[in-house]
Design a protein around this ligand. Sequence first.
Ligand code: ADP
Ligand code: MG
Length: 348
Amino acid sequence: MKALPPETVRLLCSSQVITSVLNVVKELVENSLDAGSSSLENYGLDRIEVRDNGSGIKATDVPVMAVKHYTSKISCHEDLERLETYGFRGEALASICAISEVVITTKTADDDFSLQYSVDHNGQIVSQKPSHLGKGTTVCAANLFRNLPVRRQYYSNSKKCKEELKRIQNLLMAYAVVKPELRITLSHNKAVVWQKSRVSDHRTALMAVLGAASVANMFPIQHHQEQPEIGIDGFFPKPGSDFNSTSSSSPDKSFIFVNSRPVHHKEILKLIKQYYTSAQSDKESANRRYPILMMNITIPASTVDVNLTPDKTEVMLQNKEGVLLAVETMLISLYGYSIGDDDLKAGG
Ligand code: ADP
Ligand code: MG
């Protein structure tokens, strides 16, 4: 038996962290958000570029910014109990470097000008030159999955690319909805695919994302309780509003967040879907659809484990029953009735 060479280990680990083009965008966008950016631009698919106007990266941090397990966001595992950032593992930039050609340009408020760094597959800086870009950071990852032939080929199919672009757009929409103050532009092949300007509240952000017709059929929801401390805020379809503009055939537009992090939570979605379906006249058809909605659940950071999957879209809730109960209480007050256990079973 022999130990694998370091570059093989790096590739094996990185390709599990960065599984798709969507994943690259998600990691870069979350870094931009963690850096307090108010503006984001996203280009391309084969050559992904995310540009922000956030804090920038300090010159002293640059040499380690793409080295695995280097992060400015936490310093020990106890910090996870107070986590306020999307990132914390110090893994994304290192992984993206391992599977693509990365160039990072950055400028902090204290720097006179920005510098553009070429980074090698080990996350080491190989060259630098001055750049004209303003404060913030631009990360460009080209030749994606260069050393992973199956994935490269997967994305060389134009149909797959189109689907991936749609998924990227849906992901950006999720951040747009939860962060109204954010300006976002998504471009592909030099053309703008989708954009959203800076707005002041969630309703206007939802209108920008979903269109005014959908939002006209939506209700603001709010539920706040102490002990356990749970806040629920968002917008739901009005009870009985038929499934045209407030439903979707896939759950991509059932925007559910925990502490502003977009998450997939099957049980929360199932509960919501049961109430939504029971409020429609054509239940069979409603059952095949998902309500378009936005819901942000705010709970203490110490009660959520976000380190379950590499992409952090799954969360474990310490008080899952309490959160489900709070969501159901909100649903009962919205829909005006409670669905008993038997109905829940019948609803599937
Ligand atoms: P993590 O986000 O878990 O800390 P990353 O590998 O994604 O790990 O990023 C490493 C570090 O590089 C971050 O902790 C941060 O200090 C810095 N960084 C990355 N992207 C940006 C950005 N867009 N703006 C400012 N700093 C960034
Ligand atoms: Mg990160």
